[in-house]
Design a protein around this ligand. Structure first.
Ligand SMILES: CC(=O)SCCNC(=O)CCNC(=O)[C@H](O)C(C)(C)COP(=O)(O)OP(=O)(O)OC[C@H]1O[C@@H](n2cnc3c(N)ncnc32)[C@H](O)[C@@H]1OP(=O)(O)O
Ligand SMILES: O=C([O-])CC(=O)C(=O)O
Length: 370
């Protein structure tokens, strides 16, 4: 038995949700380029969960359900207010989603009907939790969700306590579409491993949030922004990046386990970054990103991934840096839950083997002889 480090190239599940074969990302067979331009995030979530685009009546019903479920349980809000003010927001989100199960009557109901309902509930509740965490950390009261608006609209409304600009809603909606699912990435795998023990959906999503938090995965978008802030201006950029490369420090937002010729989502986020910069009359962040890409791709051949340009996009939307990865989770919860439902439908516990490389033939040594 020989281990494959990082399970590279190992096919660990069959799935009909999304594909990245040959560098082309599709959700249920539809190209991400098509969806990014034409679909709303709600349509994409429905597509991921139920395997087809919703008709108008189905989309209207989904909107009604999201409206109904977005209000958070009061004890959860009270609990979130007790979290330390300078907490890591992904740690806070992980705790809040775990706690949410305590207030859900269906949490332990494993029927298909209950599971479908919980999926939609979590999709409605997660943006409300992230917005509330953002406001609480800023010393403000959470804002109750609005009815009849998209998830992107509602999130910006709940975060800022005022009606968002249409352009901001459109940009966030597209970002949510782009992040919704990605085959067997680390957080999705974590979700599937958890629920394959026949544990509940909240446990699966909590595991996934823990995996997404790391800087080699979703946490990279926050790390990209931290890097841009450290660089500060164009005149320091070249020496900063070169020093990192010379010291073999990874440049956040670059590289990918599967895409070697570029991430198909990055171009959409790059375009969005430019358009928002033009609208704000400030292209400085966009231009810094372009220059970093030139240097990193030029010297290492590494291409930007989904996390690179999203950092500047969220900053230009006025979102604080520590909410970038939680926003990734607002989108990816759609994919995680689609994978959880798929896992339940054809379940077998996920239990691989390890190659043992430790000592052998050891004897127990009594404590006084150690
Ligand atoms: C949503 C997402 O999860 S997208 C990914 C977000 N993560 C990041 O942006 C973090 C930065 N990138 C990385 O750490 C990696 O490219 C990953 C985690 C995405 C993929 O990791 P792996 O497939 O395991 O590649 P691995 O880390 O082994 O890298 C292979 C080689 O490329 C180098 N490399 C990979 N990414 C980078 C990078 N961002 N900057 C500099 N060098 C890099 C490695 O140092 C390694 O070099 P070596 O062979 O000389 O040792
Ligand atoms: O697929 C991966 O390994 C990481 C990724 O891009 C994602 O989760 O969107």
């Amino acid at each position: 038995m020989t281990a494959t480090k990082g399970l590279e190239g190992v096919v660990a599940a069959s799935s009909s949700i999304s594909s990245i074969v040959d560098g082309v990302l599709t959700y249920r067979g539809i190209d991400i380029d098509d969806l990014a331009i034409n679909a709303s995030f709600e349509e994409v979530a429905y597509l991921l969960w139920f395997g087809k685009l919703p008709n108008q009546a189905e989309l209207d019903q989904l909107q009604k359900d999201l409206d109904e479920y977005a209000t958070l349980p009061e004890p959860l809000i009270a609990q979130m207010k007790l979290y330390p003010k300078d907490m890591n927001q992904m740690a806070a989100l992980r705790s809040a989603i775990s706690a949410l199960a305590l207030y859900d009557d269906l949490a332990e109901d494993m029927s298909q009907e209950a599971n479908h309902k919980k999926v939609v509930k979590l999709q409605a509740q997660l943006p409300a939790i992230v917005a509330a965490l953002g406001r609480i950390a800023a010393g403000k009261e959470p804002v109750a969700p609005k009815k009849g608006v998209s998830i992107a609209h509602n999130f910006l409304y709940m975060l800022n306590g005022e009606e968002p600009e249409d352009t901001a809603v459109k940009a966030l909606d597209q970002a949510l579409v782009l992040h919704a699912d990605h085959e067997l990435n680390a957080s999705t795998f974590a979700a599937r491993v958890t629920v394959a023990t026949l544990s509940d959906i909240h446990s699966g999503i909590t595991s996934a949030i823990g995996a997404l938090k790391g800087p080699l995965h979703g946490g990279a978008n926050e790390a990209v922004m931290k890097m841009l802030e450290e660089i500060g201006s164009m005149d320091r950029l070249e020496s900063y990046i070169q020093e990192q490369l010379d010291n073999k420090v990874k440049i956040m937002g670059f590289g990918h386990r599967v895409y070697k010729n570029g991430d198909p989502r990055a171009k959409h986020l790059q375009k969005m970054s430019k358009e928002l910069g033009e609208m704000n009359n400030d292209l400085s962040l966009y231009e810094m990103c372009i220059r970093i890409e030139e240097i990193v791709t030029g010297s290492k051949g590494l291409k930007p991934n989904v996390d690179f340009y999203s950092a500047s996009v969220y900053t230009m939307l006025g979102i604080p840096r520590n909410l970038f990865t939680p926003i990734f989770a607002i989108s990816r919860v759609s994919g995680w839950s689609a994978h959880i439902l798929e896992q339940y439908e054809n379940n077998r516990i996920i239990r691989p083997r390890a190659e043992y490389v430790g000592p052998v033939d050891q004897k127990y040594i009594p404590i006084e002889q150690r």
